[in-house]
Structure formats: C-alpha cells, structure tokens
Design a protein around this ligand. Structure first.
Ligand code: NI
Ligand code: MN
Length: 221
C-alpha cells in the first residue's frame, strides 16, 4: 500500500507511509482539529515557520513520541531550549537527506516569530517519501519562483494556503497551483477563524485537480 496524506485541519497534515511525518501539527486550539494532540502518532515533524498556528503542539508531541523536528535554524534552537531532543535545522534552499527520502525547505514570503522572538526564515516544506513528493507551501504570498520550485521538486501534490489576509487568497492560490504544476492541489489555511475567508470558490487552477479535504479525511499519494 502506498503512502497517504491526512488533513489535520488548518495547515496541518500527516503523511503515513514507510514512516509517519506530521507537517505543522497545530491541534490544541484549532477549531478544525481532526484529533487531540495526544492521539497523533508520528516519527517526524516538519515545520514551515514559527507562528503558533503551525508550531502548535510540536513540543508536546515530540516529547511523547521522540519525533525528530525539521525546521528553520532559529526555530530549532528555540525548540531545543524547550526540551525537544532531536532537531534537524535547515534554511530555505536546503535539503536534508533522510532514511525515508528527504525534507527540503523552500522560500515563502511571510514572517516568522513566536512570542515576540525571531524564528528564522519562514518557508515551505518538501517531503519526499516512498517515491512521492509533497510540497507544503507554508504561509506565503504569490511569487513567480513557485514555478521554479515546481520544476526542481516535481511534487505530486501541492498544499496551498488560500485563506487570504495572512497568505494568498483563492485567486492567487490558483495562480500558485498553476505555477507549481503539481497534478493535484489541496487548499489549506482557510475558514479556520472569521479572519480567514471560507469562500474559496475562486480557487480554480487550470489543469490542476483540486482535492478539497475535510479535516480528518485522507488521500492516497
Ligand atoms: Ni504564519
Ligand atoms: Mn498561519
């Protein structure tokens, strides 16, 4: 059986294949949370940036599971200070080879801080597992080098923030999906709170299948 991707709500996903990788596991306080943080089982956690709606329950999950955390250098330094034992720091443009494939960091136009402290560059995260590649764009504005990122990593699935205000909205997200060129795109980071739009009818990229996952639902990679 191949790997699958489960939407955890907001910007969180869990990829399960030969190993289990959570990206941005924000569950406690997440109105869309697919599960309690205590129920999430994973071996690795990849973080796009330091905002609370992305770091989420990382410290508690890592303490319970011993998961290795991949993230920006400054964010990893902070997490180590909080007791996270296994970290793999990186920065945009870099790739970390793993026993399951690789984790890479891409550019994102955003900010990254936690409780007033600078958490390094925000990014997107590429996870390559069991021959499949997932691009989580993180929180970002639209930028034309998303095309280059798509060419470099050839993702099978792109996770695209479309809630507007803090990231792209639906129309810009559609352009992003077209630039990245992955055959399938999953809209994320919308409707979680009233500040984020819940009307994503404008997310209609040409030539890309939109897979809209309800929280807790999964798709095969
Ligand atoms: Ni953010
Ligand atoms: Mn966010």
């Amino acid at each position: 059986m191949g790997a699958k991707l489960t939407f955890l709500g907001h910007a969180g996903v869990l990829i399960e294949g030969s190993t289990r990788i959570a990206i941005d596991p924000f569950l406690t306080g997440n109105p869309q949370a697919a599960m309690e943080a205590d129920a999430l089982e994973c071996d690795h956690i990849a973080l796009t940036h330091g905002h609370e709606d992305h770091v989420g329950d990382t410290i508690a999950i890592a303490a319970r599971t011993g998961a290795t955390v991949y993230g920006a250098f400054e964010l990893c330094t902070y997490l180590q200070e909080q007791g996270v034992e296994r970290v793999e720091p990186g920065n945009p443009g870099g790739r970390i080879a793993t026993d399951f494939g690789f984790v890479a960091f891409t550019q994102a136009f955003h900010s990254s801080s936690y409780q007033g402290r600078y958490m390094g560059m925000p990014g997107g995260v590429v996870v390559h597992i069991d021959g499949k590649t997932v691009l989580h764009c993180g929180d970002t504005a639209l930028f034309s080098d998303l095309r280059l990122i798509g060419e470099l990593y050839r993702p099978d699935v792109a996770l695209i923030p479309v809630g507007d205000r803090f990231t792209m909205g639906p129309e810009h997200g559609a352009r992003a999906a077209e630039l990245i060129g992955a055959p399938r795109a999953v809209p994320i980071h919308f409707g979680t709170w009233p500040l984020l739009t819940s009307d994503i009818s404008g997310f209609r990229p040409e030539g890309v299948e939109v897979v809209r996952l309800e929280s807790g639902r999964d798709m095969a990679l």
